[in-house]
Design a protein around this ligand. Sequence first.
Ligand SMILES: NC(=O)c1ccc[n+]([C@@H]2O[C@H](COP(=O)([O-])OP(=O)(O)OC[C@H]3O[C@@H](n4cnc5c(N)ncnc54)[C@H](O)[C@@H]3O)[C@@H](O)[C@H]2O)c1
Length: 414
Amino acid sequence: MKICVVGLGYIGLPTAAMFATHGHQVVGVDKNPKVLEALSRGEIIIEEKDLDKLVKQAVTDGSLCGSEVPVEADAFIIAVPTPITAAKTAKMDYVKAATESILPVLRKGNVVILESTSPVGTVEELMLPILERSGLKAGVDFALGHSPERVIPGSILYELVHNSRIAGGLTPACAEKIAAVYKCFVEGEILLSDARTAEMAKLTENTFRDVNIAFANEMAQICENLGINTWELIRLCNMHPRVNILQPGPGVGGHCIAVDPWFIVEKQPETAKLIHTSRLINDARPTQVATKVLSYLEHVSDPQVTVLGVTYKPDVDDLRESPVLEIVTLLTAAGVSVRVYDPFVSDKFGGDLMKAVTGSDLLVLGVHHSQFKQLPLAEIGAVMRSKQIYDTRRFIDEEAAQAAGFTYYLLGRD
Ligand SMILES: NC(=O)c1ccc[n+]([C@@H]2O[C@H](COP(=O)([O-])OP(=O)(O)OC[C@H]3O[C@@H](n4cnc5c(N)ncnc54)[C@H](O)[C@@H]3O)[C@@H](O)[C@H]2O)c1
């Protein structure tokens, strides 16, 4: 098959390389000249484990090349961004432009697949009318549908192969044709469904996480007010065979869990009450955590704080929608002098840990990067102005911190 992948980012490029190394001829399309320039040399401009090698192999073999515009192909895959606007609605301009770009090369017998995370109805209400301007009929002359991408950055190549994949077609026959496209590399189960359910499935998975995290965060707030240790509470409750409460924290970040629930709220604002409230609860966390930090510094003049870890999750360099970064902004606005240390964001926040903690009144553990397990607490304490730790992830060993002379505060307890 000849496959044209539109959008060569974190999703499109690994997918294109996967098809290209599994027997297909692939043309990758991107608006960004830097992406195409790098691709022409067999190189990539994003960070993803082993992707550089796979792309190099595909380009060297001649099975993957780049293009500024879509070309005639058997299958088209759209993997362009679907960000959120300031008004918390999905920005669908990229999907619209990508669909329009396919129009001149759409032929009878083609398969068109949307991979971008999109609000329900995108395939039927946005893409279908554009593609039918060709004079061809969707579901009759060409197959159309949605196959959401559910991989996690850092393990994309593994998960592309091993995750199950939903093939949501405009018609059952479209779903079969979409499934057939992915069969060459997907070893997980391919689940046939309709396009609307497939769109909702992706949004629901991330919303499920968001709502459950909001529950843990709300419990943490309630427990703090009532003088109960949330972590002990959750440990006890999770002994129940049908209870599995997630962990509280300083907020929800990233470009998926903090974004996708809004796509449901946008479509059903009157009905999606729990989903909307959960978003608001999680979005309020940085303010609550910053307020807590200020309470620990109440009697300190010219307070200095060191924040350890600012990415949206541990052991990655991604700052998108990071709640800890928001906490930094809030503290700075409140007149606190904040220094940030994050070895994963080396250009901005790397540098020297000891320099970052010298003279500080409080360490805030913002993200539980693995290497923070081995913090040299005695050395750190020796150069701080006052030895205090606020652990927002229950990650630092409390006894070790106390043995090093620290006052240890825990989110959800203190
Ligand atoms: N990154 C992830 O971990 C992840 C996981 C699951 C789902 N998704 C979803 O997949 C979709 C793509 O995300 P991403 O992270 O790959 O985005 P990205 O920003 O990394 O890449 C998108 C690429 O599309 C290109 N582009 C934009 N408009 C174009 C157009 N009209 N024609 C050709 N190229 C165009 C951009 O230049 C960019 O290179 C989004 O809907 C996202 O929500 C992402």
